[in-house]
Design a protein around this ligand. Structure first.
Ligand SMILES: Nc1ncnc2c1ncn2[C@@H]1O[C@H](COP(=O)(O)OP(=O)(O)OP(=O)(O)O)[C@@H](O)[C@H]1O
Ligand SMILES: [Mg+2]
Length: 334
């Protein structure tokens, strides 16, 4: 079983006018394996039961700008030069943050893959779809493009494309946004990665396409030995695809729960507000505005918006502690 264990990950951006901390001491872990696989080396916070909390698929949810994509990019060391990253990202007994660029590029796209947030920016407009998928086999397996085009067509077919062979010679501009999203997923899972990071794979898609992408991700995690780390605003996608959900607020994890508990009985007032903002609960928006990361509020970062704020919340930062089998950062549960 392969686990990804993020420990105390902090990302600080240096900028001309100062700095901001986009990810603040985040620890998360989850494991990829079929329930029948032999289990060993389960990190703290992950359970041996893949159907239990912290199982083989984890969703990261939270408002825009809270640091979700930065976290994913930090895991794969894809951040720009002005980022200072500390902490550990353990995978297969190695710390990804300590590997040489060469060692890391062997793993990236192979054992750990990412479906980035923006499909139209991530595909090369002047290369055919087939070329962009066979490239993965060429780079990581040294295969000739002609030899891997059959596999590329099979992947496209598996991801719901009809007439997949013909699609290989087409270009991203000839595909819809939803189709390009599926092409990106196909390229990301070509080598059957152990960990797949998917950043907002359903964003901007209409309901039908959303369902399709969710179905395809389900297929990928169900039929291959791939663990999913899903970043999303779409709580429904998180509910369908993931066994546990972590909630990020202003760069911090404020709650992590198994998906059932998350929807049944969210603990943190922010998580409760998130649930209330679901269409099925009347679409009630969360009061107040998200804090800026360059000047986060003192104490609990959610306190200026919290309906249950206490005096202590204003000055002392709560820790993320275990409560009823999950983790929550809130003084209501001390
Ligand atoms: N290279 C950078 N330099 C400085 N700040 C950055 C850089 N990249 C990201 N940030 C900042 O980090 C913060 C977190 O951004 P991030 O993209 O992770 O948000 P997000 O949670 O993914 O939001 P969304 O849900 O909209 O995708 C933002 O305030 C953003 O402006
Ligand atoms: Mg993002």
């Amino acid at each position: 079983m392969s686990c990804l264990e993020i420990k105390d990950l902090t990302v600080r951006f240096r900028m001309p006018g100062g700095a901001l901390t986009a990810v603040d001491q985040v620890s998360l872990s989850f494991c990829g394996s079929h329930p029948s696989a032999v289990e060993h080396d389960v990190p703290v916070g992950a359970t041996r039961d893949p159907s239990g909390p912290y199982g083989r698929s984890l969703a990261l949810v939270g408002e825009t700008g809270c640091g979700k994509s930065v976290l994913a990019l930090a895991v794969l060391r894809l951040l720009p030069q002005n980022a200072e990253v500390s902490g550990q990202v353990l995978f297969g007994g190695q710390d990804l943050l300590a590997l040489s660029e060469r060692e890391l590029s062997r793993l990236r796209g192979d054992r750990i893959a990412i479906v980035p947030q923006n499909p139209s920016l991530s595909l090369n407009p002047v290369l055919s779809i087939g070329r962009q998928i066979t490239e993965v086999y060429a780079i990581h397996r040294g295969e000739r493009r002609g030899d891997s085009s059959g596999k590329a067509a099979y992947l496209l077919q598996k991801l719901g494309f009809d007439d997949a062979g013909r699609r290989l010679s087409m270009y991203p501009s000839q595909f819809s946004e939803g189709m390009n999203q599926r092409v990106l997923i196909a390229a990301s899972v070509a080598l059957e990665p152990q960990i797949l990071l998917a950043d907002e794979p359903t964003k901007g898609l209409d309901q039908d396409l959303k369902k399709e992408v969710i179905r395809e991700l389900k297929l990928v995690t169900g039929s291959w030995d791939t663990a999913l780390f899903l970043i999303t605003h779409d709580l429904e996608a998180a509910r369908t695809l993931c066994q546990s959900i972590a909630v990020m607020y202003s760069g911090e994890i404020i709650e992590q729960a198994d998906t059932g508990s998350f929807f049944r009985e969210p603990l943190h007032p922010y998580t409760q507000a998130l649930r209330q903002s679901l269409p099925e609960n009347g679409f009630q928006p969360i009061a107040g505005i998200s804090p800026t990361l360059s000047e986060p509020p003192s104490g609990c970062r959610f306190h200026p918006r919290c309906s249950r704020v206490m005096e202590i919340c204003k000055n002392r930062r709560p820790e993320l502690l275990n409560h009823s089998g999950r983790a929550v950062r809130c003084y209501l549960y001390r």
